[in-house]
Design a protein around this ligand. Structure first.
Ligand code: FMN
Ligand code: SF4
Length: 433
């Protein structure tokens, strides 16, 4: 049973100056960098491999293994790109992390760049979150002034320049190959892989691209490797992560806990589902991960157990919906998002998301039929595994899982001539029960 929080990344978020260099140093920050610089770069990679941390951006690829794919001794520049585009519905951990503790991300970026032999690193952050862009840029200025960035860092001979790049705001630009294309100055469209970024990434050079939380975890791995290696969890899902609870929950927010914690335990910490209501469905890792229900309260939130339950751990964005929520309406809203964010490059996703919205609108209005459900599932089959990138696959998750668990509710709309739910009751200020 994992019933305790394990604040590492979030430990000092409530301190008023946690985002400053002085505040970060006071709480032990910037102490892992000298330790890393005293190691051989390959030993840093081995330490991250041994910690067995899997990427925190959704797909869960082991970070140390990814770093080791970069060719060594080649004559090309290497790059580190931090993916700070966070835009998956429900995902809300990287932005608070960067606001509260930008220096841990920068320290992680310097250590990672040293390990992969990069002398240029980028943090690609979505431009709409101007407050985050400003905070990161200020922290980067502080880091340069303190000698943690720039030439001959801490007298080690290692040089690194770090650029904060503001994207124009598109969900597809979080997909790693589209992000690299966007960073190069082109329209953010995904690229065919292979070649993978480790071989041909930014400017066709070897590139590591990692999520904010993955890179921000590096200082604690180097600083206290034993903590990570002894972390609870399974062989394939080790360590700690930020779990974001949102929606119909008494105290929404970020809860840093070992992988394997359950929703029941997290809900206890968050004061439960909002008063007077009960859990109906939830996403374990953002809207691209199939929904689960109250049958899944005790599923350990690690990569394998969530997969065995028919979903994905994703970004640990737990969106909680109580019994006032119309599942058809929720699925329609998500699908509208995917339609809007589809980049249009491939037919299954471009056309499919458009048609799925039309069919769902019909169903929500009470004008849909049972055949419409089959049509929806058929369109899903034509997108899943056939789209050019994982945005298309993500778009079908809410629909397939929504129909799997709540088929009757989709049909009730037709029987009752419209939506049987009061939309006001599901709002957070709604009082109707
Ligand atoms: C449509 C789409 C959007 C994505 N958005 C993000 C994002 O905002 N942040 C992120 O870290 N990864 C995002 N990803 C996953 C990235 O492609 C990539 O797997 C990740 O940045 C790798 O980092 P990690 O190994 O540290 O998890 C997205 C993927 C897709 C398909
Ligand atoms: S799946 Fe969607 S987002 Fe991805 S390339 Fe195709 S149209 Fe673009």
């Amino acid at each position: 049973m994992t019933d305790t929080l394990t604040p590492v990344l979030t430990a000092h978020w409530d301190e008023p100056d946690s985002f400053t260099l002085a505040g970060y140093k006071r709480t032990g920050g910037w102490q892992s960098l000298p330790k890393a610089l005293a190691m051989q770069p390959d030993d840093v990679i081995t330490a991250v491999k041994n910690a067995a941390i899997r990427g925190r951006g959704g797909a869960g690829f082991p970070s140390g293994v990814k770093w080791s794919f970069l060719p060594q001794g080649d004559s090309k520049p290497h790059y580190l790109v931090v993916n700070a585009d966070e835009s998956e519905p429900g995902t809300c951990k990287d932005i608070p992390l960067m606001m509260a503790s930008p220096h841990v991300l920068i320290e992680g970026a310097v250590i990672t760049s040293y390990a992969i032999r990069a002398s240029h690193a980028f943090i690609y952050v979505r431009g709409e979150v101007l407050h985050v862009v400003r905070r990161l840029r200020h922290a980067v200025e502080e880091a340069y002034a303190a000698g943690y960035l720039g030439k001959n860092i801490l007298g080690s001979g290692f040089d690194l320049d770090l650029v904060i790049h503001a994207g124009a705001g598109a969900y597809i630009c979080g997909e790693e190959s589209a992000l690299l294309t966007s960073l190069e100055g082109y329209r953010g469209l995904p690229r065919l892989r292979p070649p993978f970024p480790a071989i041909e990434g930014l400017y066709a050079c070897p590139t590591v691209i990692n999520n904010v939380e993955s890179i921000a975890s590096v200082p604690s791995i180097i600083g206290n490797g034993a903590f990570w290696c002894d972390a609870p969890g399974t062989e394939k899902s080790k360590g700690y992560g930020i779990f974001s609870l949102s929606g119909h929950v008494t105290t929404p927010g970020q809860f840093e806990a070992p992988l394997g914690v359950t929703l029941r335990e997290l809900l206890d910490l968050a004061g439960g589902v909002r008063a007077g209501h009960r859990l109906k469905f939830w996403t374990p890792g953002g809207s691209s991960t199939p929904i689960l229900t109250d049958q899944h309260l005790d599923v350990p939130l690690d990569f394998e157990s969530v997969a065995a339950a028919g979903s994905m751990l994703g970004t640990r964005a737990l969106q909680i919906f109580d019994e006032t929520t119309c599942v058809v309406r929720a699925v329609l809203r998500w699908t509208e998002f995917y339609q809007h964010e589809s980049c249009g490059k491939c037919t299954p996703c471009r056309e499919g998301t458009y048609w799925m919205v039309r069919v769902l609108e019909r169903l929500e209005d009470g004008n849909g039929t049972e055949e419409d459900l089959d049509k929806l599932l058929d369109i899903c089959d034509n997108i899943l595994g056939r789209a050019f990138c994982a945005l298309g696959d993500g778009a079908v998750s809410p629909i397939q899982s929504g129909i799997q668990y709540f088929r009757d509710e989709f049909l009730r709309h037709q029987k009752e001539g419209g939506c049987p739910f009061d939309p006001a009751a599901s709002t957070l200020w709604g009082t109707a029960s």
